[in-house]
Design a protein around this ligand. Structure first.
Ligand code: SF4
Length: 316
């Protein structure tokens, strides 16, 4: 690991200011992804700004009937919160499908959103990777790509966003709250938070330099059966090949988002009207324009079948 300097600021704005004024600085909270990346020298920050003391660790009701989840709420605590389990079951289930108990005890809400891809070439510093070293090329294009994206990718990068929590937050229409170095705040809809790679795959989100996530707001609960189904290579501690976050009403209508298939949680609202017609009708539209590789075309069939299983479970 390369040496770095370290500070613990007192306020969110001070933390944002510290990262903004220091070249090659990064926030650190749970560190469950960043420390691994630093040990592998994939990330080499010169300065770490520890946000753990900022008090952003509560879950509060909003005047609109939703919940405001502090950026530092640990994944374990968010999944176990009685209000989350009752009104946002899809979120609780998605959280429990991710990582391991030990990691969920450390990982934070904001850090979960900011976790980086698990493309194997991103983690191998001997390989070309535009996301790790812009302009170096993409080893996955002619390499092993069975885990990678089938839609939303570009010729520069075909990596997926690996998380589960954000897929549920996408189906819940959550919004991300931030603060900047001058103390200004803004909200970013989850639909706009993760960006597609285009020709800048090194930039994962629409956060501005130095901008700090302070909370995620969930709108009031959506009625229906909340399901998160994750298909992976082994039963635990593995990333999704395909996942489905869904809220399905008694009449078969509802919402659905997919994980493991694209550089961001993948939801096509225009296709949701087809949910009562069955999985194929939906996935035909959701994955219209998909460009799978030879290795990962199976994901299109898997997504249809996983959604089919979700709809069967909802009916039952
Ligand atoms: Fe890097 Fe993206 Fe290519 Fe993977 S798919 S090697 S992360 S550029």
């Amino acid at each position: 690991m390369k040496s770095f300097t370290y500070e613990r600021p007192a306020t969110p704005a001070a933390a944002a200011a510290a990262v903004s004024r220091t070249p090659n600085a990064k926030f650190i909270a749970g560190g469950t992804n960043l420390l691994d990346l630093m040990k592998l020298q994939i990330e080499t920050p010169a300065h770490l700004v520890d946000v753990n003391g900022l008090g952003l660790d509560t879950i509060e009701p909003t005047p609109e009937g939703g919940l405001r989840v502090g950026a530092l709420v640990r994944n374990t605590d968010l999944a176990a919160d009685a209000r989350v389990r009752k009104g946002y079951g899809v979120l609780s289930r998605a959280l429990l499908a991710g990582a391991s108990g030990q990691l969920r005890n450390k990982a934070t809400t904001a850090g979960n959103l900011l976790q980086r891809t698990r493309c194997p070439y991103f983690y191998d510093t001997a390989q070309a990777c535009n996301k790790r070293r812009p302009g170096s090329g993409c080893s996955a294009l002619d390499g092993i790509s069975r885990q990678l994206a089938v839609i939303g990718a570009s010729q520069a990068c075909i990596a997926t966003y690996p998380g589960d929590m954000a897929v549920a937050m996408r189906v819940l229409d959550a919004t991300v709250e931030t603060v900047d170095a001058k103390g200004g705040s803004r909200t970013i809809p989850m639909a706009e938070f993760h960006r597609l790679p285009g020709d800048e795959p090194e930039v994962d989100t629409t956060l501005r330099p130095g901008e700090l996530i302070t909370a995620v707001t969930l709108p009031r609960p959506v009625a229906g059966t909340h399901i998160y189904r994750k298909v992976r290579d082994r039963a635990s501690y593995a990333y999704a090949l395909v996942s489905v976050a869904a809220i399905i009403g008694k009449d078969g209508s509802g919402r659905v988002a997919f994980g493991g298939v694209a550089p961001r949680p993948w939801r096509v609202e225009a296709a949701e009207g087809d949910l009562p017609r069955g999985a194929k009708a939906v996935t035909d539209r959701v994955f219209s324009g998909a460009a799978p590789t030879r290795d990962n075309a199976y994901k299109l069939t898997l997504a249809e079948r996983t959604l089919g299983a979700v709809l069967t479970e909802a009916r039952a």
